[in-house]
Write a protein that binds this ligand. Structure first.
Ligand SMILES: *Cc1c(COP(=O)(O)O)cnc(C)c1O
Length: 466
């Protein structure tokens, strides 16, 4: 499989190349040149496969010649063998129409583990072949950082520098990052928002002084391999609910547009998806973009669902590129406009293309809290703030009653204990797999939220290419 950049000016790469590169050298994001697709019969034949086998089957066309089918299956078995639930991503029924897809049974309690456990193994696989080392630089609103650090801590040839916005991640999220003391792990708390951190990382990828000295890669959802791994659970859920003979809708608590874009990919691959509901909190740039074509970034409002406190959703560019006729030059022009004015209009083709599959909603804090409370009281399920935003959007979406609606439960309630306790009156326990998180020593470095401060700090510590 060949991969092209959304901005049309970066080299075409294979799967191994895009996995190691992360962001494209022209500032764009990589996408497969065309979408592989499965027929009705091929999808029907996937029913009942164990998760790791389903994953290998869905990913095979994307991986192409970069990993043999047997090896791919070994890797998916290793990645998903670390999950605390046999089904990996179990479905829980809430009522006649609504289901939760629990994506938080991995080591760090959020859905990011589903992709990052595999990505850590892929890095090791590819570096083992080519030699050399990789410098991962990432920005996190909390969950990517902990999942990425867990996935690469102590691995040969990889070092990770992870930026988080100081004071804007939950105590569990912070400790899951900062208590990992492996020498290849470097945590940086910056004085700024997640968007500031992400902007610093993006700039580093475009800085020839850094990319020339270090082999820099990304674990944010700009890395294609992550989205690919996330496509799998859309198939897994739909197959359980009667796919391919029945359509299914999905509601996705959205931040950087990675998770819901994986749902779009599943639909492009032949999965029969009724609707993809893009659920946002008050940081609603995606809701405004999808409902009126206005993609303009305001400032970030911190909320109880911090992994969605994002105003600039990197992966949205992938959708706009695909819907806009895959014109790299036009996309580069549109994004240049956005980067200079922090605002852009979607074209009619983009807006209409999106409307065919996506619905969006902005969920207010009191609606989120009420949903956590009601789900606890009526269904006996404790859900986290992000999942509650998804569930509220699902329940207000007007999907016909005969269509099952699956809300992606993106985090374990124990990861956001304070917010859950405020809503339900009960403090959810942390699962035993996180161990003595609150007794462990923490290590992180505080830096100003400027490019120069972060660049210099990393440049002093990273391993240059030989
Ligand atoms: C990362 C994250 C999200 C947002 O996912 P995107 O792929 O960035 O849209 C939602 N909920 C939780 C708990 C997360 O960790």
């Amino acid at each position: 499989m060949e991969y092209v950049s959304t901005r049309g000016a970066a080299p075409v790469l294979d799967f191994e190349g895009v996995t190691l590169a992360g962001l494209a050298s022209d500032g764009g994001l990589y996408l497969p040149r065309e979408w592989p697709s499965f027929s009705h019969d091929e999808i029907a034949a996937m029913r009942g496969l164990p998760y790791a086998e389903l994953a290998a089957c869905i990913m095979a066309p994307f991986v192409g010649d970069s990993v043999t089918p047997d090896r791919l299956l070994e890797l998916t078995r290793a990645a998903y063998g670390r999950f605390a639930h046999d089904a990996v991503t179990p479905l829980v029924q809430l009522d006649q129409q609504h289901w939760l897809l629990e994506l938080f049974h991995g080591p760090t309690l959020a859905f990011k583990d589903v992709a990052l456990q595999l990505l850590g193994l892929l890095f090791e696989e590819f570096l083992g072949r080519s030699g050399g080392n990789l410098t991962i630089v990432g920005a996190t609103s909390g969950d990517t950082g902990s999942a990425a650090i867990d996935a690469v801590a102590g691995r040969e040839g990889v070092e990770i520098f992870m930026l988080h916005p100081q004071g804007r991640v939950s105590d569990v999220q912070r400790r899951q990052m900062t208590t990992v003391l492996a020498p290849n792990v470097h945590n940086i708390a910056i004085d700024g928002s997640f968007d500031d951190a992400q902007a610093i990382v993006k700039r580093m990828f475009g800085d020839p002084n850094m990319t020339g000295r270090f082999r820099i890669s990304a674990v944010n959802s700009i890395n294609w391999a992550r989205l690919m791994a996330q496509v799998v659970y859309y198939f897994a859920a739909a197959l359980q609910l009667g796919s391919p003979d029945r359509k299914v809708a999905f509601s996705v608590p959205t931040g950087n547009f990675g998770d819901v874009f994986a749902g779009y990919v599943a639909a492009r691959m032949g999965l029969r998806v009724e609707r993809l509901i893009v659920a946002t909190n008050v940081n609603d740039i995606l809701h405004r973009a999808l409902s009126s074509g206005d993609y303009s970034a305001g400032s970030v409002t911190p909320t109880a669902a911090p992994s969605m406190d994002i105003q600039v959703s990197s992966n949205f560019e992938r959708l706009l590129f695909d819907l806009g006729g895959r014109d790299g030059a036009a996309m580069a022009e549109q994004m240049r406009g956005f980067e200079s004015s922090k605002a852009m209009r979607l074209t009619n083709a983009q807006l209409q293309g999106a409307a065919a599959l996506f619905t969006s909603a902005r969920v207010e804090p009191d609606e989120m809290t009420a949903t956590m409370r009601r789900t606890h009281e009526d269904c006996g399920q404790t859900i986290d703030p992000h999942s509650a935003i998804g569930l509220h959007a699902a329940r207000s979406s007007g999907i016909p009653a005969a269509v099952p609606v699956v809300t992606l439960a993106t985090a374990h309630p124990g990861k956001f204990r304070d917010a859950v306790e405020r809503a339900t009156g009960q403090r959810p326990p942390l699962p035993s797999r996180v161990g003595d998180l609150f007794a462990r020593e923490e290590r992180y470095h505080e830096l100003a939220g400027t490019y120069e401060a972060v660049r210099d700090w990393i440049a002093e510590r990273a391993t240059p290419v030989a």
